[in-house]
Structures are given as C-alpha cells and as structure tokens.
Design a protein around this ligand. Structure first.
Ligand SMILES: NC(=O)c1ccc[n+]([C@@H]2O[C@H](COP(=O)([O-])OP(=O)(O)OC[C@H]3O[C@@H](n4cnc5c(N)ncnc54)[C@H](O)[C@@H]3O)[C@@H](O)[C@H]2O)c1
Length: 339
C-alpha cells in the first residue's frame, strides 16, 4: 500500500463533513472521493474540501479500484448494507455509530470483514476522548480497586434531531462505559423506553442535514433507562434521552464509576478518594494519554500499520447485542438474558 491511505466518504451530511475535515487534515490520508445522493450537499462538500470525484451512487464509488478505504456517515438503516458492500469491494471501513440497527446486521458486517480480510471500525468517538483515556489508565493501574457499579447517562432537555427525518424513524455512552470496565457480558438486562416529546413535535434541535417529511411518524424513543447485571457481578445503570424536563444545571452526560478504593466521574475526569481529611476530589487535567483524539486519523494509521483498532468490531457487536436486549426488554416488559 502507498504511504497515504486513499479514502472516500459516503454520506456528506453533518458527520460526513467532520470526516472530510479529519481526512483532509490527516498527513497519512488522501481524501479522493465522496458519495452523496443529495446534489447540493454533494457539490458543497466537494467544493469546500476540494474533493476531485463525487458520485451520486455509492456503488459506483465502490467500483473504483484506487480507493483503499471508505468512511460511512449515512442514516443508521444504511450502515449494514453499505458496510458489507464496501468490504466485499475490498475497502477498509470506518463506520459511524451505531454499528447497525440490530445484531443480525452487525454480525453480517463482522463476517464480511473477516472473509475479505479488511478492517472495520465503528467510530465510537468517546473512546478517543482525552478524559476517557485518562480514566482508562487509572483503572488499568488499579487506582479504583474493584469497580462494582457504573452509571452512564446522557439526558438532553431538547435535543431531538430533525423530527420527520431518518433520525426519528426506528433505530448511548454505553460503549465508552463498557470499554472502561472491559466488561461486555451481561447476565440480564431490564429496560424501559418512552416517547413523550417527539410524538408531540416537542424537544427538537437543528442537528443533521437530511430532509424532513412532516407526514413521517415519530417511532423512536426519546427517553430510555436500563439496568444491566453483568456476569462479573457488576451493575451498570444507563439513562439516555433526547428530550426531558431535566434541571438546567444538571450535568448533561457522564459516566460515574464506583470502585472499592476510589470513584471516577467523567466528563470532565475527576478522581474521588479518601484522604486523611475525608473525601478528596482530584481534577485529572494533566495526564498524558496514548491515542490521538481523532478517530479518523486513528483508523488511517491502524490500516496502514496493520494495528488493532481501539474499537475492535467484536466489541461493537457485543454493544449491539445489549442494545437489542434493551429494546426487547422494553417491548416485552420482561428481563432479558443475553446469550
Ligand atoms: N460520532 C458522533 O458523534 C455522531 C454524532 C451524530 C451522528 N452520528 C452518526 O453519523 C451518521 C450520520 O449522521 P448525520 O448527523 O451526519 O446525518 P445527516 O442526516 O446529517 O447526513 C446523512 C447524509 O447521508 C446522505 N445519504 C442518505 N442516503 C444516501 C445514499 N444512499 N447514498 C449517499 N448518501 C446518502 C444524506 O443525503 C445526508 O447528506 C449516523 O449514523 C449517526 O448516528 C455520529
């Protein structure tokens, strides 16, 4: 392979533009093409980032032999079919999160990557966050002792992206939390989801570029809560919501880890431990971290250097299994025991 990885971006919406920004600032990558089926967004992205080739149909892009890798920033229901097609066309794939819309689709992606001997990585940006990485180092050093409980949450007051676009028809910090614990095996999952804002047209924000169709139903949840009892004996509590009447001064998102010797609270990263004068809280600002914070740059160097990515697809498959279990528990009203 040449010194530079020749990359293309599929989907030039809000996140696709971030991919293009990362690729064009990456010394080891060349951004050579995009595929975007909305003509105006395709033209604007090509002009802004000076991308020489643009395709309305992603299949035509995948036929180009000089493209080594693609990043996929498409609506979630297109992740699996396009990732599998790209892998079968012998491209390495950086795929936006979530990996797929269910575990069956996610498994197809993993199998295609294995069969074609190509890398696939899900762009779990919170693993690349400096504070997550500081936390990981302290955990690996044993500073927290046994971690018996984790709480992760993301609760917005009004953050539903574009009601009537693909975002709000069928489809958490969970990944970063389980990555810190290095524990992906749940014995049981109990969950409840709600949709109280979206169906009334409330709680919307202007994220995303895709078109809105006001006749389309809002059929996703806008608040969910889950309790995961891990096989290890740990408990993980999860709360995620796009819109809710939460206090304005509440932390919007975070991960809190309770260890026998110390606690960690993210974001920002703080260590809470005993001192001779009682509890002390240490702000973790200065610790050096091992990885680049740019997930696209990390993907490029993993492909070029044949390194294992920070987000192995096997772990993304496990996360997808847990998401499926959360939705199954909510729809059946029962506790689910993943295999
Ligand atoms: N990593 C993060 O922090 C983060 C944040 C937000 C969204 N995401 C994920 O990124 C992905 C994209 O989200 P977004 O906010 O950019 O959405 P978006 O709606 O702004 O962009 C999607 C783009 O895909 C294009 N598209 C749709 N079908 C296509 C096709 N068949 N061929 C070519 N182009 C097609 C649309 O025209 C649009 O421009 C989603 O999976 C989302 O979950 C990740």
């Amino acid at each position: 392979m040449a010194d530079k990885l020749r990359c293309a971006v599929i989907g030039a919406g809000a996140i696709g533009l971030e991919h293009l920004q990362s690729l064009t600032s990456c010394p080891r990558a060349a951004a050579v093409a995009i595929a975007e089926n909305h003509p105006l967004r395709a033209r604007e992205a090509s002009e802004r980032f000076k991308i020489p080739r643009s395709y309305a149909d992603f299949r035509e892009l995948l036929e180009q032999p000089d493209i080594d890798a693609v990043t996929i920033a498409l609506p979630n229901h297109l992740h699996a079919p396009v990732a599998v097609a790209a892998l079968e066309a012998r491209k390495h794939v950086l795929l936006e999160k979530p990996m797929a819309t269910n575990v069956k689709e996610a498994a197809k992606i993993l199998n295609a990557a294995k069969k074609m001997k190509r890398m696939v990585m899900v762009a779990q940006n919170f693993r690349f966050n400096r504070h997550t990485q500081m936390a990981k180092m302290l955990i690996e050093r044993g500073d927290l002792g046994e971690i018996y409980h984790a709480r992760c949450f993301w609760l917005r007051r009004g953050g539903i992206p574009r009601i009537g676009s693909w975002f709000t028809q069928k489809r958490f910090l969970l990944d970063a939390c389980l990555h810190l614990l290095m524990d992906f095996d749940a014995a049981s999952v109990s969950a409840q989801t709600h949709a109280k804002f979206g169906p009334r047209g409330l709680g919307e924000t202007d994220w995303g570029k895709s078109e809105i169709d006001p006749r389309k139903p809002f059929d996703v949840d806008d608040y969910s809560v889950a309790l995961l009892k891990m096989k290890s004996g740990r408990s993980v509590a999860l709360e995620a919501g796009w819109a809710a009447f939460v206090a304005p001064d509440a932390r919007e998102y975070g991960i809190d880890l309770l260890g026998a010797n110390a606690g960690l609270s993210l974001y920002p990263a703080r260590l809470i431990r005993n001192s001779p004068d009682g509890f002390e809280t240490i702000q973790l600002n200065g610790v050096k971290v091992p990885h680049s914070e740019d997930r696209v740059h990390h993907f490029v160097s993993c492909v070029l250097d044949g390194k294992k990515p920070l987000v192995p697809p096997e772990e993304s498959l496990k996360i997808q299994e847990l998401l499926d279990a959360i939705y199954l528990s909510s729809s059946t009203g029962k506790e689910v025991r993943p295999k």
